[in-house]
Design a protein around this ligand. Sequence first.
Ligand code: NAD
Ligand code: DAU
Length: 331
Amino acid sequence: MRLLVTGGAGFIGANFVHLLVREYPETAVVVLDKFTYAGDRASLAPVADRVEIVEGDVADAALVDSLVARVDAVVHFAAESHNDNSLADPYPFVHTNLVGTYTLLEAVRRHGVRYHHISTDEVYGDLELDDPAKFTPTTPYNPSSPYSATKAGSDLLVRAWVRSFGVEATISNCSNNYGPFQHVEKFIPRQVTGLVDGVRPKLYGSGENVRDWIHVEDHNRAVLAILERGRSGETYLIGADGETSNLDVVRTILELMGREADDFEHVADRPGHDLRYAIDASLLRDELGWTPRFTSFRDGLADTVEWYRANEAWWRPHKAATEAKYAQLGR
Ligand code: NAD
Ligand code: DAU
């Protein structure tokens, strides 16, 4: 199997490449990554001699065509992924998430290559806190932010390329990931690395917002199950029943790092902030036999805190610039 992994220097993509190298050593892996602020060569350093790394843009049609021509399948992780950035400047989101996905779809169509599209639960909008419902594959799309709107658009492009052109493709929509190699702009790494520097965690608004946390390795094992056994044209939701309020996440981090549970501050809320996400992953569980291995969020979070403590050399170069961006937003 020859696999093209886009965005392989980002958080989830790098963990996916590590998993492939560890457990599927017969797979030939080509990484295509633009190395934006979110892509880091250091994340691939431990496997750099085992994979081919190409620096480039997923919207570069000639480059993408030449890479797709020599693989059996594409897993498309590359994206602009951060909601706050999409509120400050939506254009890179339109370019990468929409034009980039279009470019890949045209290439897989030309070459008859299998395609898996990595997407997000945010395409479904949000739920009330007391709503017993969860997102399912038939929940109507209702994205809130420029980020989630471009991801929703990219999913719809994939569906159209399956139906109109017979492209062999699957889509997965996953909930919030945590684990090693996540950029310090994201909620959990921001608070953990802040605490290392003695900065109190910053909760947007009331902190009652709920995210459905899943360990990145569980996400990536689900992607492998879909690649191996998923039905073309199908959408699989990935989640591990990890609903937790931001307030509870912060309190757990504080406890794990030896601080008082109320040692945080409230900061300005994110405009349009989605209230709650929740995933019904029964199709993935029942049809593909996937189950999460990280069943305790607290234990997974403890491992993640330890990873950030032990890998300051990895995150430190990104910290000051990230906090400077937040300072401009007043958050
Ligand atoms: P990330 O921001 O950590 O990494 C994105 C990677 O894509 C980086 O390496 C970056 O350099 C690369 N990239 C950006 N623009 C590019 C371009 N034009 N051409 C080539 N490479 C480019 O993102 P992540 O958190 O690892 O997310 C990966 C995917 O998973 C995204 O599609 C995201 O929408 C999706 N997703 C993320 C989460 C989450 O919790 N992080 C949850 C569900 C789905
Ligand atoms: O649901 C999947 C999505 O999860 C992915 O599609 C996105 O790529 C990924 O970034 C993530 O989106 P969120 O916006 O949920 O993640 P973020 O880490 O930015 O924020 C998580 C929650 O924490 C959210 O409710 C906002 C809040 N937050 C965030 C930061 C950075 C804070 O309260 N304080 C903070 O400092």
